[in-house]
Write a protein that binds this ligand. Structure first.
Ligand SMILES: [Zn+2]
Length: 93
């Protein structure tokens, strides 16, 4: 393939890219959210508007735990990461 030919071939693949991501995006996103926790980041799971997750920088798990401690939040209170889950079932674990 010569220089410039790759750009011209993109429209050929657009429909296949759309089909692939329409079918697989939720699974890919789930893997990415799951991989964030071992990296010490908090990326809320669940459905979100398109672009929201990538536009919102992930919180640090240590910062969320420190915030909960500083605020004196109980284990049954809402998690400071705004996931909507109880702290004990979210970032405390
Ligand atoms: Zn959390």
């Amino acid at each position: 393939m010569n220089v410039g030919e790759a750009e011209n071939s993109l429209p050929f693949f657009c429909d296949s890219f759309k089909m692939f991501f329409e079918e697989r995006y939720a699974g890919i996103e789930e893997v990415a959210v799951g991989a964030s926790r071992p990296m010490g980041l908090v990326v809320p799971g669940g459905a979100m508007p398109a672009g929201y997750r990538s536009a919102t920088p992930p919180l640090s798990l240590a910062a969320v735990r420190k915030d909960a401690k500083v605020r004196g939040m109980g284990r049954n209170g809402p998690c400071p990461c705004r996931s909507g889950a109880k702290f004990k079932r979210c970032c405390e674990a």
